[in-house]
Design a protein. Structure first.
Length: 197
C-alpha cells in the first residue's frame, strides 16, 4: 500500500538521524524534532483528553521523555510510532490517575455544553452548525474507551496505518480494525441526530 518512493521513509530516516544526535546531547537536534512533531502530538493528546491546556502540558512531558530516553531509543519502528507510543502511555496513565474525577469532569462539560446550547440565541448559519458538529464529534470521541479513542485519533487525525497503530497499542492490525469498527458504530449512535439531518 505504501509507495517505496514516497517521502515518508526519508522523513523517518531524518528523525532517526536527529535521535542519534539527541542521544549525544544535541539540543539543536532535539529542538528540530520538537518543532517537527509538536503539533501532531498536541493535537492527538488534545483529542484524547478533550482539553487543549492539558494537551500542551502532556506534550511537554512526551518530549521530556524523548530527551531522557534518547540513548535507549532503537529504530525498530518508525520514529513517529515510538513517539505516539510514549504519548499513549502518558495519556493512559493520566486518564487512570484521574479516575472518577475525569468522569465527573466530562459530565460537567457535557452539562455545560447543553446549558450553553440552550441559552444561546438560535442562529442557523453554517459556521455555527459546523462548530456544533465538531464539538459533538469531539465529545463523542472523548467518551470512547481508551484504546478505541486512540485508534480513531491516530487513524483519522494522524492518518497512521493500521500496522503502526497496532504497534502503538501493543496489539495486532486485525485488532485495530476491530477497535475502529466498534468505535465507528459507537460514534454513529452518538452522532445519529447529526447524521440524519
Amino acid at each position: 500500500m505504501a509507495d517505496p518512493d514516497s517521502p515518508q521513509p526519508a522523513a523517518d530516516d531524518s528523525d532517526v538521524a536527529l535521535m542519534v544526535l539527541v542521544a549525544a546531547g544535541d539540543h539543536g537536534a532535539f529542538r528540530q524534532l520538537v518543532e517537527r512533531h509538536r503539533h501532531a502530538v498536541v493535537a492527538t493528546i488534545g483529542k484524547m483528553l478533550g482539553d487543549p491546556v492539558e494537551a500542551e502540558d502532556l506534550a511537554q512531558l512526551v518530549f521530556l521523555r524523548v530527551w531522557k530516553n534518547a540513548r535507549r531509543y532503537q529504530p525498530t519502528a518508525k520514529f513517529t510510532t515510538w513517539l505516539f507510543t510514549v504519548a499513549r502511555n502518558l495519556v493512559f496513565n493520566e486518564t487512570r490517575r484521574r479516575g472518577r474525577k475525569r468522569e465527573v469532569s466530562i459530565e460537567e462539560r457535557e452539562a455545560g455544553g447543553v446549558i450553553q446550547a440552550d441559552t444561546s440565541p438560535a442562529r442557523p448559519d453554517q459556521e455555527m452548525l459546523e462548530a456544533e458538529l465538531r464539538a459533538a464529534i469531539d465529545k463523542a470521541i472523548t467518551a470512547l474507551p481508551e484504546n478505541q479513542r486512540l485508534a480513531v485519533v491516530l487513524r483519522r487525525y494522524q492518518d497512521m496505518p493500521y500496522e503502526e497503530i497496532a504497534v502503538v497499542l501493543k496489539t495486532t492490525a486485525a485488532s485495530v480494525k476491530s477497535l475502529l469498527f466498534r468505535a465507528r458504530e459507537t460514534l454513529r449512535q452518538h452522532l445519529a441526530a447529526y447524521l440524519n439531518e
